[in-house]
Design a protein around this ligand. Structure first.
Ligand SMILES: Cc1ncc(C[n+]2csc(CCOP(=O)(O)OP(=O)(O)O)c2C)c(N)n1
Length: 386
């Protein structure tokens, strides 16, 4: 960003360029917890989490796969094969590391930028692409916008389009587990824009009073469509909103997968005793809000470029190399494998049948209302050319 020219006293005016910085450039000052620096070297803030070589490699491989899905999904949308796309480039660390911190038995209420949550829980790649293509035989029967996923077999609640609507649901599911006396805990991830909705505040208030075992992650990616965070809230941080409700809260570097894992794991462990935590993961939406957006209208190329050195993939790769767990050859092979697997999933999913138009009326009411009955008849008549 180029700032307005400054006039030197007694001198000629000259333009001064100020480098755009990110909150991560001053993480310590802003209370943003980190395990590694920009290059993936331990920075001496949070300790390195206790993850094995295989777990660390799995975390990285999943982040690369999810990045490759975004690149391919975008081109599928632009070429008219997928109707809509919600990009997640640059946001891989938050949801993938957080999901890793939650065992399969726990429930997850995820958002629309979190395909890695489905994959880590065991959804096959072809299932994701069947959802993107709106195919009949995916768990949500091809009825949702591409990227709005979920699968109850994986303990992942299908997400709702209404921003923040699922935060109280996550809170209630955790409360139910507490009442039942079982050990289930709940993770939910939502955006910074969601904190302006009443549902966020209801859930926080409930969580402060009743202490359900839920971890709230606010993925602060800098934007809610075109609304920047300083217009979203007058609070200094999103985390501190937890203070008003007596909910434990902290900030973490959302582009540092190890830090996200460490603080999420800790919040999960504390949950049965201390109740909820609100984690603000500070990150950046590198891509468009959705395929219907044009971010050039509200942000500059310099704003985006400032985040590139903090790319979560490069940082975790740097850490793996520092530990001697990764090589250049493995990097090349991984990207090729991801591309091949994605292509195979696309071929298989695209060949699957579409839902019958009539099926849009199924699963709406136990008994169809007379209005829907009428609409279904009209649709069928229309399709049959009557
Ligand atoms: C209740 C409601 N209001 C408005 C919208 C339109 N909308 C879709 S996404 C979005 C922004 C959400 O921002 P944020 O929660 O920060 O998540 P992000 O998209 O940045 O991941 C809005 C306003 C909606 N889906 N639901």
């Amino acid at each position: 960003m180029i700032l307005a020219s400054k006039k030197k006293p007694g001198g000629r005016s000259r333009r001064r360029e100020k480098k755009v910085t990110t909150p991560l450039d001053q993480a310590k000052k802003l209370g943003i917890r980190q395990v590694v620096d920009q290059y993936g070297k331990p920075c001496g803030d949070l300790p390195e989490p206790d993850l094995s070589r295989d777990e660390l490699r799995r975390l990285y491989e999943m982040m690369v796969l999810v990045r490759a899905i975004d690149e391919r999904g975008w081109t599928l949308q632009r070429s008219g094969r997928v109707e809509f796309w919600i990009p997640h480039c640059g946001l891989e660390a938050v949801h993938i590391a957080a999901t890793m911190a939650f065992p399969f038995e726990d429930w997850i209420f995820m958002g629309y930028r979190h395909p890695g949550t489905m994959l880590l829980r065991g959804a096959p790649l072809v299932q994701l692409f069947a959802q993107y293509f709106g195919r009949r035989d995916e768990p949500l029967k091809g009825r949702r916008l591409p990227t709005l996923m979920g699968d109850k077999r994986l303990n992942i609640v299908p997400m709702t389009t209404q921003v923040a609507s699922y935060i109280p649901h996550a809170c209630g599911a955790a409360w139910a587990a507490k009442i039942r006396g079982d050990d289930t805990r709940v993770l939910t991830i939502f955006g910074d824009g969601s904190t302006s909705r009443g549902e966020f505040h209801s859930a926080m208030n409930f969580a402060g009073v009743h202490k359900p075992p839920v971890v709230f992650i606010c993925e602060n990616n800098g934007w809610a469509v075109s609304t920047p965070t300083d217009v979203q809230t007058a609070s200094v941080t999103f985390a501190e909103k937890g203070n008003a409700y007596g909910v434990r809260n902290l900030r973490v570097d959302g582009n540092d997968a190890l830090a996200v894992y460490a603080v999420t794991r800790e919040a999960r462990e504390l949950a049965p005793r201390e109740g909820a935590s609100l984690i603000e993961a500070v990150t950046y939406r590198m891509g468009f809000h959705t395929s219907s957006d044009n971010p050039d209208l509200y942000r500059t190329a310099e704003d985006v470029a400032a985040w590139e050195p903090w790319d979560p993939l490069n940082r975790l790769r740097g850490y793996l190399e520092y530990r001697g767990f990764w090589t250049d050859d493995e990097e090349t092979a991984l990207w090729q494998r991801c591309k091949d697997e994605i292509q195979a999933a696309i071929d298989e999913a695209e060949a699957m049948p579409l839902p019958d138009p009539e099926s849009m009326f199924d699963d709406t009411f136990a008994e169809l209302t007379w209005m829907l009955e009428e609409q279904r008849t009209a649709l069928m008549d229309d399709l049959e050319g009557n």
